[in-house]
Design a protein around this ligand. Structure first.
Ligand SMILES: Nc1ncnc2c1ncn2[C@@H]1O[C@H](COP(=O)(O)OP(=O)(O)OP(=O)(O)O)[C@@H](O)[C@H]1O
Ligand SMILES: [Mg+2]
Length: 228
């Protein structure tokens, strides 16, 4: 059974997939067996034949050079660019807990280090119908794995990151670190954001990622120590 890390973020589009691609690539470049898994993708494009394209998984697979099939990397793919719970409703395909647990376990057993990407931020409904209420935070709790928070480095990140950490703590989910994305070395505000987030949460910023970065500047021992 491999070690796992759940990558959440302070919101949608903050760079979870971008950073996850660099993380998985870091392992693969070091010759370590690494995998990717995401329970639900909404807003997926379709190819010429009308088949849904799981964008995040395809991106990470291409950056890191993974050879897994898309079915192994993602459990539920919806075309609508809305929250997964609404996409599930519109498509009459509710997220199924057993399928997610089965697919996650298979992915975990196939790799030494499995990186799981969340949808949106940590408060993200995945299924909300008369039968079940499932949020992303429930999913992390079922999996029983620690979390890494991806945050934008710019204005507004103190509020978004501190609230994300507070919610994770409220749900008793262990937090291993924060990565500041789109970080500009020497920028006084971004440097202060990093300092203030560490001060106010007590969680370390374990790495920063520059705009257009092609590699993750982090020692493999430090990266693998985040997994549990
Ligand atoms: N450091 C970066 N340098 C260049 N482009 C970036 C960087 N971080 C993110 N991006 C770009 O910003 C966009 C949003 O990033 P990304 O898809 O990783 O966000 P996300 O948090 O995974 O979103 P979602 O909630 O949809 O999964 C993408 O086009 C991505 O390529
Ligand atoms: Mg993503």
């Amino acid at each position: 059974m491999g070690k796992c890390l759940f990558v959440t973020g302070t919101g949608t589009d903050v760079g979870k997939t971008y950073v996850t691609g660099l993380i998985v690539k870091r392992f693969c470049d070091a010759g370590v067996s690494a995998g990717y898994y995401k329970a639900a993708i909404s807003g997926a494009d379709t190819d010429a034949a009308g088949c849904l394209l799981p964008g995040d998984a395809a991106y990470v697979a291409s950056v890191a050079g993974l050879h897994a099939s898309m079915e192994e990397l993602v459990s539920f793919v919806y075309p609508d660019a809305v929250s997964p719970h609404l996409a599930a409703k519109l498509n009459h395909v509710p997220l199924d807990r057993e399928k997610v647990q089965r697919d996650f376990s298979r992915a975990r057993d196939s790799h030494e280090y499995l990186t799981v990407e969340g949808s949106g931020g940590i408060v993200c409904p995945l299924r909300w119908d008369e039968t079940e209420h499932i949020g992303l935070d429930d999913l992390v709790q079922w999996m029983g794995i620690p979390v890494l928070v991806v945050a934008d480095s710019g204005l507004g990140t103190i509020n978004a990151t501190v609230l994300t950490v507070e919610h994770l703590r409220h749900r008793h989910i262990p937090i291993r670190g924060i990565i500041f994305n789109r970080f500009h070395e020497g920028d006084v505000m971004e440097q202060d954001n990093l300092f203030m987030v560490e001060e106010m949460t007590g969680v370390p910023v374990v790495a920063t990622v520059r705009e257009g970065a092609r590699t993750l500047d982090m020692e493999i021992e430090k990266l693998s120590a985040l997994y549990g």
